[in-house]
Write a protein that binds this ligand. Sequence first.
Ligand code: TUI
Length: 317
Amino acid sequence: MIKSRICEILGLKYPVFQGGMAWIADASLASAVSNAGGLGIITSINTDTEAVREQIRKCRELTDKPFGVNIMLQAPNADEVAAMVAEEGVKVVTTGAGSPVKYIQMWKEAGIKVIPVVPSVAIALKMQAAGADAVVAEGAESGGHVGELHTMSLIPQVVDALDIPVIAAGGICDGRGAAAAFMLGADAVQIGTRFLAARECNVHQEYKDKILKATDISTIVTGKSLGHPVRSLKTPFSKKLARMEEDPSVNREDILSFGSGALRKAVQEGDRDGSYMAGECAGMVKEVEPAASIVEDIILGAERIIEQFCDTKIINQ
Ligand code: TUI
């Protein structure tokens, strides 16, 4: 069975994290992943801090296994959520879209394992020096807010630079991707897009349908002109956003207000003016299935491939 030091550190059966997808990753999805032996993660991007607290308490009722909370550092209530997770005795925190350095001491004193998401070696080194227990290195194949580097080159460079465990994210969808990430030196994988189609994932049916219909070329990155590149499914809405960014007569405020609140609209309403954030591997997601089947398929698939590969001299016959 595939195990790594992150399984020991966090008390996991399998080295599989579920991405803390903003507006999406609730107690239902996180507890299902944790019960399956992975690390379920609750998003803190929700209506407000108290709603996140409720999700944490609900998750505890649904699982006795470890789970985490993701804190999106650009959220207006990030300070409040950072304090709340310590009060609630959450065991694992991942962070995104910024530097969590100012919270790390408080979290460590509360016994929290701190795992920042990083897009580069320089930021990964900064997090290790600040006391992070591990990092998620996220390639630009991923959905949502993306960095510049891609998984294939990012992971081995972060692995070489750091002593702490590295979790690979971005473009990983099944056992093949997970096996590749382990070969690059990752201690675990983080998966978001495939969990959008989990039975326990409470996104609007329209969101799931769009993921199931996606192909390899179904995503687009918008928001580069705003300094917040975001990968989402190509829709009339995201294509219009891309055109606005290319049009010199459209100003920054108009682009910001056009995109504002769009992720929530997609997740809760299946709205045509929604932003359907998804990774490049959306084209590989073909069915709605229980989160436990997804976790098992990824781990058993990776094990099978690695075993077969070790017995083979001529590859891919
Ligand atoms: O955070 C993510 N992905 C996200 S957040 C999100 S919420 C959102 N909602 C509406 C519009 C836009 C976003 C959706 N997807 N991934 C983790 C991630 N973090 N990727 C890249 C980074 C990152 C970037 C810069 C982490 C740290 C950093 O700088 C740290 C420093 O030291 O400055």
